[in-house]
Design a protein around this ligand. Structure first.
Ligand code: 6PG
Length: 466
């Protein structure tokens, strides 16, 4: 009898299977296509105790009870179909673990639906890509605590370790694990766009070569801006195309794809009524990039007006670094606010400092800044919006002028700095005592008698404006 089963031998699935095997657990594996399973067994499996299966019944029967089955398949319908196929063979107390990027509301629903069959369900956010899956990902499990306890030992062992602590924690009830993974991805999109905007300014404003940009990213990575995404960015800059020994990045089509998790983050922010404009800008940045043909057609509109900027290279690079710190901080703060709000609204009971701790290793958004963020959360555990903190405001104020400078340079170059601009406006919005929303309230009342409140007396008011 094997300790655990895994279905779905795509890139993440096969690496996670090997990771589990290398941690001395015996594993049954199954894949929709038999050839894939055979290839995996022949080419990847060495000394690990991994057994292949080619039908659901014998796969399930090979597992120790209560059975634990990890699904590593595409989110959405494939997960529901697989649960449906597994159910006839499962018994009371067996456990399904969904390790894909599932929508948290689907996880909420599946946990509820499976109660009727007495089958347990865990929504497991996994981050770290191919390398992380094999060598230690960041793991975000959500569901019943008792369910988590059944696989805690395995999850803690296969997770990445930072200061000898596993980057895995019980995140919270129901779909909390997938919720947190979704927010992770929203932040991931934002950090990626921020770095890409800095790259754009360096190549178009400072006329730096990819090698020079790589050197800058590398230097930043050694400092306060150190992060996994910064590290891979400098490595990408150094990477040459094998056909012509020129930077490969120059030959990659500038249309960013996405699988949907960033979009879900924005939708969720709107549903929860929590502002997260930078997280949304990150999705918009990808969407805009997609309209390549339109962009080509419109690309000459400013041609005659283009100015020749004589930028101070050192100062611009200094400001870019500060602006990226500003932006990264805002992205995390919007993500954490969403996690805290969801924790209350959906009763997930998430400890956001713990979430940040498990994001310190293994995952795509691991960054040096996280230690500082945890410090801020721990100053006031009741505060759900951590911009509401002196250290946060001081940090942002210290970088504000640099961010403004970068935003102005981008405008002079007629290139977008969507996420930088958005993060700055978000900050300005949150520190503005008297906003212009009084006029919007008046407009609402004018055309729709929607009423308004006054600053000088209590109550609800309406005016006959005509
Ligand atoms: C991770 C990543 C991963 C994600 C990809 C692709 O944490 O390992 O977040 O789970 O699916 O990065 O996402 P997009 O295709 O939406 O860019």
């Amino acid at each position: 009898m094997n300790d655990i089963g895994l279905i779905g031998l795509g890139v993440m699935g096969e690496n996670l299977a090997l990771n589990i095997g290398r941690n001395n657990y015996s594993l049954s594996v199954l894949n929709r296509t038999i050839e894939k399973t055979k290839m995996f067994m022949e080419q990847k499996v060495r000394d690990e105790n991994i057994m292949p299966f080619y039908d659901i019944k014998s796969f399930v029967e090979s597992l120790e009870r209560p059975r634990k089955i990890i699904l590593m398949v595409k989110s959405g319908e494939p997960v529901d179909n697989l649960i449906h196929e597994l159910l006839p063979y499962l018994e009371n107390g067996d456990l399904i673990i969904d390790g894909g990027n599932s929508y948290f509301k689907d996880t909420d629903r599946r946990i509820e639906e499976l109660k009727a069959s007495n089958v347990l369900y865990l929504g497991l956010g996994i981050s770290g890509g191919e390398y992380g899956a094999l060598n230690g990902p960041s793991l975000m499990p959500g569901g019943l605590l008792e369910t988590y306890k059944l696989v805690e030992d395995i999850l803690l062992n296969i997770a990445a370790k930072v200061d000898s602590k596993p980057c895995c924690t019980y995140v919270g009830d129901d779909g909390a694990g997938h919720f947190v993974k979704m927010i992770h991805n929203g932040i991931e999109y934002g950090i990626m766009l921020g770095i890409s905007e800095a790259y754009n300014i360096m190549r178009k404003g400072l006329m730096l070569s990819s090698k020079e940009i790589g050197d800058t990213f590398k230097k930043w990575n050694d400092g306060e801006l150190g992060s996994y995404l910064m590290e891979i960015s400098y490595k990408i800059m150094y990477h040459e195309d094998e056909n012509n020994n020129r930077p490969l990045v120059d030959f990659i089509l500038d249309k960013a794809e996405q699988k949907g998790t960033g979009k879900w983050t924005s939708i969720t922010a709107l549903e929860l009524g929590i502002p997260a404009p930078s997280l949304t800008a990150a999705v918009d940045g990808r969407l805009i990039s997609h309209f390549k043909e339109e962009r080509i057609k419109l690309s000459n509109v400013f041609e005659k007006k283009k100015v020749n900027l004589s930028l101070d290279k050192e100062k611009t690079i200094y400001d870019l670094e500060k602006s990226l710190l500003f932006n990264q901080f805002i992205l995390f703060s919007q993500g954490i606010w969403l996690i805290n709000e969801a924790s209350n609204v959906y009763n997930y009971n998430i400890d956001s400092a713990e979430v940040l701790r498990i994001w310190k290793g293994g995952c795509i958004i691991r960054a040096k800044m996280i230690n500082f963020l945890i410090e801020i959360i721990n100053e006031d555990r009741e505060n759900i919006n951590f911009l509401n903190n002196k250290k946060s405001v001081d940090f942002l104020l210290g970088k504000f002028n640099s961010t403004k400078h970068i935003s102005n340079i981008a405008k002079d170059l007629y290139i977008p700095a969507l996420i930088h601009n958005t993060s700055m406006d978000y900050f300005l919005g949150l520190i503005e005592e008297n906003s212009a929303a009084n006029l919007m309230q008046a407009q609402r009342d004018y055309f729709g008698a929607h009423t308004y409140e006054r600053v000088d007396s209590e109550g609800i008011f309406h005016t006959e404006w005509e």
